[in-house]
Design a binder for this molecule. Sequence first.
Ligand code: NDP
Length: 247
Amino acid sequence: MENRKTALITGGSRGIGRAICIELAKAGMDIVFSYRSGKEEAEKTCALCEEYQVRALAVEADVAVKEDCTGLVEKAMEFGDNKIDVLVNNAGITRDNLLMRMSDEEFSQVIETNLAGTFYMMREVSKHMLKKRSGSIINISSVVGIKGNPGQVNYAASKAGVIGMTKSLARELAGRKITVNAIAPGMIETDMTKVLPEAAKEEILKSIPMKSMGQPEDIAKAVAFLAGEGGRYITGQVLSVDGGMAI
Ligand code: NDP
């Protein structure tokens, strides 16, 4: 039990984040994850992780609020017996609109959550990883951060920013044996994509070489690979898990 790794995942109550929590629990890690408001869903994620004989803790914390991130990391350190081995920055939102109609709030909410949230979390957690001289940070970006998408200048900016931060921090931390990578999912079936109109989904499907949407588990398995032994010598990379969308 003392040798178990501790993984901290943001936004683990639903969708891709929940699948990541479960996959890392399957790999034998204790799980701490945050959620913003979905308490019941968060409790369900805890129960699903505990099926794999690991411990799980859900913490209500908004990643867009710096103090919440500090509190979340403190709780994770306490729960993880003074260590965080894996950090997955997954929490993210969309507020889509065409540039001409995009409000300041739509722009800043997305930047604050997706970009600043990832920054706050990496800054807090890397302090502890530096002391231990080991750790793995995995940031969930998006194909949109690579290719752009009409109606998503805010989201594309945040996700491209995550890629830039990933590469920069990978260079800063490589000498201390801490890896920092990003995963760029394509079109994954979650609440985030459920809201898209059918016609828009069909259009997107046409642009996917593999002609189908991905599942949250597809992303979770890539995270588990990077967080495990297989990812030991991989840093500063952006792994597209998108059925070929970014080709
Ligand atoms: P969902 O909307 O299904 O789930 C989002 C999760 O993030 C929820 O657990 C939610 O918590 C949490 N969350 C949202 N905002 C905050 C916040 N401010 N603080 C803490 N937690 C928060 O999203 P997905 O699972 O689809 O997406 C997960 C990540 O993957 C995101 O970063 C997204 O941008 C990225 N992505 C998704 C793609 C897709 O096709 N689905 C494609 C490419 C990237 P709560 O339940 O409390 O609201």
